[in-house]
Design a protein around this ligand. Structure first.
Ligand SMILES: Cc1ncc(C[n+]2csc(CCOP(=O)(O)OP(=O)(O)O)c2C)c(N)n1
Ligand SMILES: *[C@@H]1O[C@H](CO)[C@@H](O)[C@H](O)[C@H]1NC(C)=O
Ligand SMILES: [Mg+2]
Length: 578
């Protein structure tokens, strides 16, 4: 708004003044922010209110941790930085969890925190903390507006850095004295315009055509090629290019957990169910937007063959330098795959269904699937993990397109869910991720519902995982989000008390085990406290009915599924790490 547009007020002629809160809200809106997640309080309440009045949807949480997880998942799902707003000191500290988890997952997020009055810093001011120092290990860039004039430029910088190169977390510090300084409307306009001019352009790194040729030659000459892809490829929206590459060359593929759905799990070249053979025997692995970290066994023997040649496609040069693959192609996954597909088109090759490698993979997969299906087909009551998981899988398939977004956390619950539940569309799975973080569930559900209002959101959560952020069920109800949270209630972390006799002694031996919660807890009643719908189920028919009703209603619901506390295994699939 130009100053001239303002209706004349009582002090006719005097310039209209706006404060730092208004200017920050204006900058966020001007630079493309449409959603914010957070918890308000001194000194940022007015910033949140002003943002809303400028058309930004503000999702108010109970805890900054969940809001931070939500903001980062929103960044991942939309490709634009998610924004988390917190108060100073403890609010910022809670938000660190969101920043750190975003860094581990390489998702773009911006945390904006109010901070204490600059002149009182070091004297024990209200909620005082050196926030710039606190965010250092968990962010890629931070900025502090020391005067109101710096606000627009700082906002632009953090938004740009969050998505530049490898996405990650950025931080903006807004001291309370700065939020209360004022400038005139016209000064604000020129500050905003100036900041806009300095915005970073997206850097496009072009891979050398000689490198593309070399990569294609490696794939062409491979006897047992494999294409592995992860959430980096999902973030780059490389699904069409991946499908073209997989199908034109007949190469088996393996998604990482959040890569699932870029190509449908049901695809005939999916090697998920023959994972051990695929990674153990492949001779060339094209790894797209996935890091060779613990989730992929560091790309090392004994899981991988000692002779495997990795071709890594990654947006980060540092990642390639760290892993030292046989070949590294630094660039955006979508662009690099386009170049690879183009190179192949001139001289196509395809393994074909009867190729011994493709046949071996598909044979192993079929064996694994039929073993699993035989287990899944049984109706086991009291519930093990498999029976309810099958019923949930079938209910989710029944929804059709657009497919629901699946959120999952827990140990057994998440691991078994990953094997049983089917992903058919890109970016429809959010789970504990690279960091194995419990507590992400409700925040991810809220982000998914906000980012994709046309999709149902279904969470499959262990009771421990759920408990980390369970109060956010009120947030689901308050915003009436179409989220159905299914809690696998086995009475604790991994389930029942599995301690050996020698672990049960000492003065506190009669305390509940460190892994145990109250048995048969009424998690479904939590959401009822806020007017949401709760279901308690213990049999296949009860679960089917609850899913049918809650999926059709598309309203916030919690389904409390009572599971045999001794089904499953300690630590799920990660026993060797415990
Ligand atoms: C932030 C965080 N704290 C603690 C852990 C350790 N941890 C791993 S899985 C898990 C919970 C497993 O229990 P539950 O969610 O009930 O799943 P179940 O195995 O019982 O299905 C915990 C606490 C973690 N991964 N992250
Ligand atoms: C069997 O399939 C599941 C997923 O469907 C997978 O996690 C597991 O690794 C497979 N087993 C082998 C031996 O490949
Ligand atoms: Mg549990």
């Amino acid at each position: 708004m130009a100053a001239a547009d303002i209706a004349p007020g009582p002090n006719d002629g005097a310039p209209v003044l706006i404060d730092g809160n208004v200017l920050a809200a204006k900058a966020l809106s001007r630079f493309g922010v449409d959603r914010m997640f957070g918890v308000v309080g001194i000194p940022v309440t007015s910033l949140a209110n002003r943002a809303v009045s400028l058309g930004i949807r503000f999702i108010a949480f109970h805890n900054e941790q969940s809001a931070g997880y939500a903001a980062s998942a929103y960044g991942y799902l939309t490709g634009r930085p998610g924004v988390l707003l917190t108060v100073s000191g403890p609010g910022c500290v809670h938000g660190l969890a969101g920043l750190a988890n975003a860094m581990a997952n390489t998702w773009p997020v911006v945390m904006i925190s109010g901070s204490c009055d600059q002149k009182d810093f070091g004297r024990g001011d209200f909620q005082e903390l050196d926030q710039i120092e606190a965010v250092k290990p968990v962010s890629k860039f931070s900025a502090k507006a020391r005067t109101i004039n710096e606000i627009p430029r700082c906002v632009a910088q953090v938004l740009d850095h969050a998505v530049a190169g490898r996405p990650g977390g950025c931080y903006l510090d807004l001291p309370s004295d700065v939020l209360h300084q004022t400038v005139t409307e016209s000064e604000a306009e020129s500050l905003l315009a100036e900041a806009e001019k300095c915005r970073l352009k997206e850097e496009i790194t072009n891979v050398l055509s000689s490198q593309i040729e070399e990569a294609v030659t490696l794939l062409r000459q491979a006897e047992r090629p494999l294409i592995v892809f992860g959430k980096g490829a999902a973030y780059a929206r490389a699904e069409n290019e991946l499908r073209k590459l997989v199908e034109s060359t007949g190469t088996p593929f393996l998604p990482t957990p959040m890569g699932k759905g870029l190509l449908p799990d049901t695809h005939e070249l999916a090697a998920t169910a023959s994972r051990s053979l695929a990674i153990g025997k492949c001779d060339v692995a094209l790894v797209v937007g996935a890091r060779l970290n613990w989730l992929l066994h560091f790309g090392e023997p004994p899981k991988w063959s000692p002779d495997v040649k990795f071709i890594s496609v990654d947006v980060s040069k540092e990642e390639i330098e760290l892993r030292k693959p046989f070949m590294g192609l630094v660039g955006d996954a979508k662009r690099v795959l386009q170049a690879i597909n183009k190179e192949i088109k001139d001289d196509p090759f395809c393994l074909g269904k009867s190729h011994p490698w493709v046949e071996a993979i598909s044979k192993k997969a079929k064996e694994n699937v039929s073993r699993m299906e035989a287990q899944l087909a049984k109706d086991v009551v009291p519930f093990n993990f498999l029976t309810p998981m099958r019923i949930i899988r079938d209910a989710i398939s029944g929804v059709g397109s657009p497919a629901p977004i699946l959120v999952s956390e827990g140990a057994n619950t998440m691991d078994i869910g990953r094997a049983v539940l089917v992903q058919t569309e890109p970016r429809t799975r959010l789970d504990a991720g690279t960091w194995g973080t419990m507590g992400v569930g409700l925040g991810y559900c809220i982000a998914a519902a906000v980012a994709s209002p046309d999709r149902l959101v279904v969470a499959v959560e262990g009771d421990s995982g759920f408990g980390f952020s369970a109060m956010e069920v009120e947030t689901l109800v308050r915003y009436q989000l179409p989220v159905v949270v299914i809690v696998f209630n086995n009475g604790g972390v991994y389930g029942g008390d599995r301690r050996s006799p020698e672990e049960i002694s000492g003065p506190y031996k009669d305390d509940p085990a460190p892994t145990s919660f109250v048995p048969n807890a009424g998690y479904h009643t939590l959401i009822e406290a806020f007017g949401g719908k709760g279901y308690l189920v213990g049999t296949p028919q009860e679960l089917k009915d609850a899913l049918l009703k809650s999926f059709a209603a598309r309203k916030p619901a919690v389904i409390n599924v009572i599971i045999d506390p001794f089904a499953g295994a300690e630590s799920g699939r990660l026993q060797h790490k415990n």
